[in-house]
Write a protein that binds this ligand. Structure first.
Ligand SMILES: [Mg+2]
Length: 414
């Protein structure tokens, strides 16, 4: 089998509401790039990458001279061909090679008639459990629904998600409001969900001292872990000395160099593996193997996904013996998807691992078209800006918090 074409299509898929985070906001939609890799045997492999637009499309277009005529079975060679570690000092293509790896695995699974999980060593579980992923959210200007800002709104949203999807673990994305307010919110969740576990993620924006303070305030709660309370391996080590719960990261252990540093002098107890950040599903499986050897915990990270990327997360979660915690997904915030059959569904807080050949998902070309048109109409958005605070620059550590009493509604385009 040979690669004959590579197509990259940016899409915008609406969210229920704008998602607020420590560095800015998802302005009411996800912009993603859908990658289709065609072959001389008529099979088409699917990949997905975060962000999009002319730059992303051009980046995949630039891969054609490398990959037209390449055998998609030679995935490891492709890594060195387009993302050689030393050449990557000039052209960081980790996320591009990840999307292409998804597509190549999808092609091989289709050709061999097996799901990607079988290529990766075989399923150990048929469902992957997920945590609810709670964000502070702005309402849309048209209806004001789905706002999450007050404690009552947050608790109501957690109950709604639990009832609808069956989650028994809940993650709160913080780093938006002053620490004391977010502590109140987190403790209110614990009170409201006494049988469930919790995790908190301020995206590394606290100082070491603030991180230690928060960790000590929540030590009595059923925490899965505290995720990236501060930024940097050494800062995390200092927090870990004084906080009595596992620390997790998806920011400072995202490659094998950092993983080795974390093994030699532990900063994070749990490594959250992201199929995009690590350059594919296979690097995540390798990293999980290292973690298994050194008995570090592992979970599946979400960097925002449509159904293609979610499928990569499911196949990854299916094959890891040491999947110690429920996975994260932004997925339930989406109102639609670009795959045939519509969105994946949760049952009892878990999603079934696809069993069809390859990734087990097929593009809905009508949806691809519809959301490509939406992308063309709305364009990209600044992920690292807050629509209600123009010019705001989040520091690390940050002290420029949003005000939880601010009831204004941003005028984001719909
Ligand atoms: Mg995180």
């Amino acid at each position: 089998m040979r690669i004959t074409d590579i197509r990259a299509t940016p899409v915008s898929v609406p969210l229920e509401a704008p998602l607020r985070h420590a560095n800015g906001c998802h302005w009411g939609r996800f912009v993603r790039t859908i990658v289709e890799v065609e072959t001389d045997e008529g099979l088409v492999g699917l990949g997905e990458m975060g962000g999009g637009g002319e730059i992303a499309t051009a980046a995949f277009e630039a891969m054609k001279p490398y990959l037209l005529g390449h055998d998609p079975a030679r995935i490891e060679e492709m890594r060195f061909l387009v993302a050689n570690p030393t050449a990557s000092l000039y052209n960081n293509r980790t996320q591009i090679v990840a999307a292409l790896e998804f597509a190549c695995l999808d092609l091989l699974g289709q050709k061999w008639g097996v799901p990607v999980s079988e290529i990766l060593g075989g399923r150990l579980r048929d469902q992957v459990p997920f945590a609810s992923y709670l964000f502070y959210r702005y309402p849309f200007p048209n209806d004001g629904a789905f706002e999450v800002r007050t404690i009552d709104q947050l608790v109501a949203e957690a109950h709604r998600l639990k009832k609808q999807h069956g989650f028994t673990s809940h993650k709160l994305k913080g780093g938006v409001f002053p620490q004391k307010y977010e502590l109140e919110c987190y403790r209110a969740l614990a009170d409201a969900l006494p049988d469930d576990t919790l995790r908190f993620d301020p995206n590394g924006v606290w100082s070491v001292e603030q991180a230690i303070w928060f960790g000590q305030q929540i030590a009595d709660l059923p925490n899965d872990y505290l995720e990236d309370p501060t930024f940097g391996l050494h800062g995390m080590r200092r927090v870990r000395e004084k906080v009595q719960m596992p620390l997790a990261t998806n920011t400072v252990v995202v490659n094998f160099e950092q993983l080795s540093a974390n093994i030699l002098n532990t900063a994070a107890d749990v490594v959250l593996l992201d199929t995009t950040f690590w350059g594919g599903i296979r690097p995540c499986v390798k990293a999980a193997g290292v973690c298994e050897t050194f008995q570090l915990g592992v979970a599946v990270h979400s960097s925002g996904e449509l159904g293609i990327q979610l499928a990569t997360m499911l196949h990854l979660g299916a094959v890891l013996p040491n999947l110690s915690f429920a996975a994260d997904a932004h997925y339930h915030h989406l109102v639609d998807d670009v795959i045939q059959g519509g969105k994946f569904t949760y049952k009892d807080g878990a999603i079934a691992v696809p069993t069809g050949p390859g990734l087990g998902v097929t593009l809905n070309q009508d949806k691809l078209c519809e959301y490509h048109e939406l992308y063309k109409r709305l364009g990209s958005y600044p992920y690292d800006q807050d629509p209600l605070r123009p010019g705001w620059t989040p520091l690390i550590p940050n002290d420029r918090w949003a005000d939880p009493a601010d009831e204004r509604v941003p005028n984001v385009p719909i």
